[in-house]
Structure formats: C-alpha cells, structure tokens
Design a binder for this molecule. Structure first.
Ligand code: C2O
Ligand code: CU
Ligand code: CU
Length: 535
C-alpha cells in the first residue's frame, strides 16, 4: 500500500492518479516503494525560475558527406555526458544525462534541404543510475550496462543514420550520422533508442530538439525570434534528496514497470517555471517528451490555443482548441495571442497539473506577426492509392492475476523475422487493431503518414472468432490531426487506420509504441522498406 500512498499527497495528484489508473489499470498495483521518498511538488515554490530556452547547437566545421559525393555539409559534435542541473531554485542539483550539456539537449535549428552531419559521442559513465531490467530483450546481464544510440524522431533519414536500436555503442565510442534534412519544415526531436534501456536513457535526459524551416514557412510571418518558444514537457519522480527516482516493480528480478507517471512536471527542464511575455502573439513549439504521460493542455484566463502544426509540420489551417491532447512523442505547433490578457498571469495546465506561468506585460505593444487563415496545402491521400492493407494488432500480455507483463505488436516479439516489407514508392494502409485497454501512440520511423479514421470494434468477438465486428461508425481524424503525422494515438478497442506513403530510403527501420516502457518490453518491431523494382 505504500506505493499507493505517494499518489495521494494532494487531491490534485489523487485525481490525476485516478485518471491514470483508469487509463492504465495494471500500473499502480505493482510498483514497490522507493528507497528515498519522493518530493511532494506542493512543497515547492511556484514560478520562481525563468523558463530556460534550449541551447543552440553550434557546428564545429564542415564535413565531406560520403552519401552526397563528398559534398561539404555543416558538421556538429555532440557529447552525451553526465551533468548536474538545478530543476528548481530550492533543490540541490540533479544528476542527469545530457546531449551537449543541458536537458533538453542542444537544439538544432536547420533549413529544409540543407544536410548536416553529427558526431554523437558517447562520453557517459559506464554504470547506469537507473534500474535496468536484465530480463528484457537486449538488456541481458551479458550486455554492457551503458549503451546509447541516437535516433532523429520524424527524420527522413537513411537507415545507417537512423539509430537502429541494436546499433548501440558504449562509452568511449562515437558514431557520425548524416541527416539529409530533405523534408518539410517541422519540429523533430532526437533521443536515445538503445535496445531494452531506452526508457531509462531518455528518462535520464537523453533528448533534444531539431527544428527544420523553409522559405514558404518564413513568408507566413508567424511569430518568430524571441516570440517563438519551444516547450518540452516531461514528468519525473524527484526524490527528497533532489535526485531522479524511477519506480521498480515488486519483483527484484524483473523491475520493469508497465508505465511511468511522474509527480513532478517539468517544462524545458524546470519545475513550475515562468515566462515573461508581451501582450501579443507567440508561437510555441510543444513536444511531449514524457515516457508515458499524455498531456491535455489548456490555458487559464480564457486564453485560446490555435494549433497551426502537428508532428510533421503545418496544418492546412489553424484549429482553435480549448484543450490540446499530446501523447508521448507527439508535437504541436501552436499560436497563443496574449493581447487581450495585458497584466495577467496565464497558467499552462494539463488536467489538474500546473506546468508553468506566463506573466503578461501590461504595456501595449505592436504585433507585426500573423496568424494566417490558411497555412499549407495538405492534400489527403486517396485510399485507392494504397497497394496493400495490413491488419496489425496491438496486444497486451497479462499474468494470472491480470497484471501486465508486456505488450506486443501483432503478437510478435522483436526478435522474430521481419513481417512488414513495404516497397519503396508505394502507399499502404495500416489498420492498427488495439486489443488492449490502453491508448498506444504508434510511431513509424522514416515516413510520414495521415490518419484516415478510428472505429470501435467488439473485442470479445475478435478474441473468440478473430473477426472484426464494428460497434460504431468510422470517425475521421480530429481537425488538429489533419496534417502529416509520424505518431498516431491508437485508442483502446478501436481500429485506427493510417495511410503511409513509403517515400525516402529503402532499408531496415522500426515501428513501435512511444510509451517507452512498452517499447522497451517488446512493443517494437523492425520493418523493412524494399527497393522499388527496377525496369
Ligand atoms: Cu521517438 Cu523510435 O522514436
Ligand atoms: Cu522516430
Ligand atoms: Cu503502448
């Protein structure tokens, strides 16, 4: 029962925890109590730290790109290193792992079509500080404790540079990856992808932003410069000694937990930060970098969110929202106009959690930026263009007392031979048949896709007869999902259909659930894009 007690330190937490339990019924019962108790977020003063902005990545020179016939491209070197960082004014520094010295890591600010290369150097310690589960595939006792490999999420990246989960390397080694950046402007993010310990490496702090821009987007005159602010959201358990905690199950041989929800909410690496804003429009580039938490964002004071972009860039038109849902891995590009909130303090909230505060200046300012009514054409892909439809199940494994012991894609563990082999240049429909009680954010590497629709089905009928009997109409993707996506929420007992043009590179990639605890425990599969038949 001690494990439950930490979730009822405040009514707000209790409500959030009850919500979480409803969404993930098997989660809370298994966690064992942490050795050092966790910090109560209500014990911390609010809005005493300014919101930190990501540190820009700086090129170290030029590099001949072998994939581009030796063309000179901008070259960076980013070291993964243990650092300590103040998460809050009144806390001692917290040990974290970082890309380039901060969490989130250094931010790449790039132009579409301008290739770059990065040497990712693993300079981490050789011991991990979070609980490894050696029974998970890829994290066996024989493999080194600290392994890392970098993936650019949302990147149209050749397979050699995509960060295949088994391509990890140990401290003292580095890899140089090439990013062609030939894709539409969007907010991408890079993060660790090491097999079996990915949830722990990202939790430790191994993630950062990579933004791509172009001229067409510049000409929209969206708020820019200091009026464009990235907001990277994540949650953690912080112990009373200021160090990160991560829950373990009651079984010391198998410490994996099915999902993680932290009590401490961070924005750009700070707890309860504030940002001084002018009474005008701002563009916020929002990333859900949490292991398992879904955010449902809203603003106080009646301030409105206008979503202008999703994972893979701009929407056709802004979508006005009173709340914005973001699953792990998803991004939202939003515009907020503070003009009618002069002198106010506007809170960014997620359900009952307060994330941060905007202190709006009192003096009137001029605002030359625009929120255009039309942003970018996103032609819908015709279903008739698909050459193949694949039915893929999302499955949960339960033990005898109905606790989750893992999740699978299409009932197939990671190590089984590849079953999905789309041909480069063709379009497919993937029907994600979610047999579980959880929402799973499903992500495909290398490609971008569109969400066709979602339709509930009779799970009992499916379990007994393997036939799909729908129990409701097909519901179109939400208005703010009508852009290009790379991560889609697959709702429980629902078929979510996505349509995917396999454009880019042939080779071996992965697709997976972006709840990192699921991904690390078999909810990930390789897939291979076959070269287009020649002639
Ligand atoms: Cu954020 Cu495999 O990806
Ligand atoms: Cu990815
Ligand atoms: Cu999942």
């Amino acid at each position: 029962m001690t494990s439950r007690r930490r979730f009822i330190q405040s009514s707000a937490l209790a409500a959030a925890s009850a919500l979480a339990r409803r969404a993930f019924p098997h989660t809370m019962a298994r966690a064992a109590a942490p050795l050092v108790p966790n910090l109560d977020p209500n014990s911390l003063a609010r809005f005493v730290d300014p919101l930190p902005l990501p540190v820009p990545a700086r090129p170290v020179g030029m590099h001949a790109d072998p994939a581009r016939h030796g063309e000179q491209v901008r070259h960076y070197r980013v070291a993964m290193r243990a650092i300590s960082s103040k998460l809050h004014r009144d806390l001692p520094p917290t040990g974290l792992w970082s890309y380039g010295g901060s969490v989130p890591g250094v931010m790449f600010d790039t132009r579409s079509g301008e290739a770059l290369s990065v040497e990712w150097a693993n300079e981490l310690p050789t011991k991990h500080f979070l609980p490894i589960d050696h029974t998970l595939h890829g994290a066996e006792k024989e493999s080194p404790e600290v392994r890392a490999v970098v993936h650019l999420h949302g990147g149209k990246t050749p397979p050699e540079s995509d960060g295949y989960p088994e391509d990890w390397y140990v401290p003292g080694q580095s890899r140089t990856y090439h990013y062609p950046n030939s894709q539409d402007p969007a907010l991408l993010w890079y993060h660790d992808h090491a097999m079996g310990i990915n949830r722990l490496n990202i939790y430790a702090g191994l993630f950062g932003l990579h933004v791509i821009r172009d001229k067409v987007e510049d000409e929209l005159h969206l708020p820019s410069g200091k009026y464009e602010v990235p907001l990277v959201l994540f949650d953690r358990d912080v112990r009373r000694d200021g160090q990160l905690g991560y829950p373990v199950s009651a079984d010391p041989e198998h410490p994996w937990v099915p999902e993680f929800f932290g009590e401490i909410q961070l924005v750009n690496g700070k707890i309860f930060p504030y940002l001084e804003v002018e009474p005008r429009k701002y563009r916020f580039r929002v990333l859900n970098a949490a292991n398992g938490r879904f955010y449902r964002l809203s603003l106080s004071e009646g301030a409105e969110i206008h979503q202008i972009g999703t994972d893979q860039g701009l929407l056709p038109a802004p979508v006005r929202l009173t709340n914005l849902q973001l699953a792990p891995g998803e991004r939202a590009d939003i515009v907020v106009d503070f003009a009618n909130h002069r002198g106010a303090k506007v809170l960014l909230q997620s359900d009952s959690f307060v994330l941060m505060q905007f202190k709006v200046g009192a003096a009137r300012v001029s605002d030359p930026s625009a929120l255009p009514a039309s942003l970018r054409a996103v032609p819908r892909i015709l279903e008739s263009s698909a050459v193949q439809t694949r039915r893929l199940t999302l499955d949960e494994l339960l033990n005898s007392v109905a606790e989750s012991t893992g999740m699978l894609l299409n009932n197939t563990p990671w190590h089984m031979p590849i079953t999905e082999r789309p041909v480069l240049g063709t379009t497919e429909i993937w029907e994600l048949v979610n047999l579980t009680d959880d929402v799973h954010p499903i992500h495909l590497h290398m490609v971008k896709f569109q969400i066709l629709d979602r339709r509930r089905f009779d799970a009992f009928q499916y379990a007994t007869a393997q036939t799909l009997r729908f129990v409701g109409p097909a519901v179109a993707a939400e208005a703010n999902e009508m852009g290009w996506k790379d991560t889609a929420r697959a709702n429980p007992k629902t078929v979510t259909r996505i349509i995917v043009p396999f454009v880019g590179y042939s080779g071996r990639y992965v697709w997976h659930c972006h709840i990192l605890e699921h991904e690390d425990n078999e909810m990930m599969r390789p897939y291979e894009i076959l070269p287009a038949a020649s002639g």
